[in-house]
Design a protein around this ligand. Sequence first.
Ligand SMILES: Nc1ncnc2c1ncn2[C@@H]1O[C@H](COP(=O)(O)OP(=O)(O)OP(=O)(O)O)[C@@H](O)[C@H]1O
Ligand SMILES: [Mg+2]
Length: 463
Amino acid sequence: MIPRADANGPPAQPAAPASDLPVLAAVDTPAAPGDEALWIDVIHKMDAVYADLVSSQSALEERTERLQEAHDFIGSVLGAMTDVLVVCAAGLQVQQVNAAMLRLVGGDATDWIGGPVSALFDAGDRATVTALIEAVRRGRPVAPREVRLAGAEPGLGLVSIDCAPRQDANGRLAGFVIVGRPIGELQRAYRARDAANRKLQHTQQQLLVAEKMAALGRLVAGVAHELNNPISFVFGNMYALRRYGQALTTYLAALDGGTSEAERAELRRSLKIDRILADIGPLVDGTLEGAERVRDIVQDLRQFSASREEAPDRFDVVRLVVTAANWVAKTRRTPPDLRFDLPPVLEVVGRKGALHQIVVNLVQNAADAIGGRSDGRIVVAAHAAADRAIITVADNGPGIAAEIRDKIFEPFFTTKPVGSGTGLGLYLSYNLAAKLGGTLTADTPASGGACFRLTLPMDARDG
Ligand SMILES: Nc1ncnc2c1ncn2[C@@H]1O[C@H](COP(=O)(O)OP(=O)(O)OP(=O)(O)O)[C@@H](O)[C@H]1O
Ligand SMILES: [Mg+2]
């Protein structure tokens, strides 16, 4: 600091300069009184100039520091960006590129700065980039474009770019800022996801087919069992009728052959003609009944297999529920204790095949739930409530644990060992119930076990 002049005395001797700033050299010759005032004035002025210089220097230093901070901040932001960024002058020379861009196009910023902005892009897309910039220059609205970057690895260099004008402090066009979002990775991820989706759908289709085949298998086993009874019945009767026919033919031939009364009586007794005559009626009736049963089963089967295109039809829920439940019960190695709590008839108008499939699935699950338990029991009930038919299938198995209660209707959810269940039974049943205009819900009654409740409209044509 320059020594200050005291208002009442001569100026103090200036000390050695602290900096390179010019200072007035000390003079040791005595000064005239007029000269002294001049000196004081000069020293004051110099002091003021020096103070100004010092304060502008510190302001400059402060500003430089702030500038550096701002520069570092912008640098760190640009460096952290995952989108690519190019700043170019109005003449389209590159002024700035960020790290994300350099990672994709390679090289240092200095390799690109000063060069044409189009060089950053694939030769095939340069015209697109230039057209985009020119549109922005003319103030036209532009939409992002997908372009490839120069020399980027295959699958990595695709970016969706957008461009905005950059103005100087006077509001004049100073250049352009291009920002691009790399979409090569994104596209690859999308493609991988699509492929995984397609694979999943394919697998689900296969599982659905497998489930349908398993259902068909169960159905065929049930039908075979069901048909076996009446057919063996018909066979047995037909063999008996053939024997009866032979006996009657022999007897009639004896009658025609002029045999004696005694011989005829003996023949009648030995051929059991009277028993045959009494038996023929019931035998034919029984055979007819067996044949009718076969016809009914085939009809049931037809309706089941046609369930997809089946039109709503009037049918008896009770009869259908009993048939479906029995089919399942009879195919089990240990037939479950199956009980019914049903009205004599419960007619509804709906799709018989779909209902059959639901009941089969529910009874199948109930039979699985009670397993080989000696006291295992399944109760199938139905009743009408206003415009709905309610069908319940309850069992006294372990019930449905709280943590899986909201999952059991999901496709492929199963707690059964691999190969024993596909987890599609309830999912399909739930959707079939919805298609029938009804609902399917699961309950765990306080008394234990599980109870599935199916509601159906009394007349599906109303819905
Ligand atoms: N009556 C029931 N008691 C206890 N749990 C049941 C009952 N019914 C269904 N569940 C549970 O719901 C799960 C899903 O049943 P769903 O019928 O959808 O599939 P699944 O029986 O396992 O296989 P599938 O496709 O062969 O029917 C079962 O694995 C079981 O855990
Ligand atoms: Mg099941």
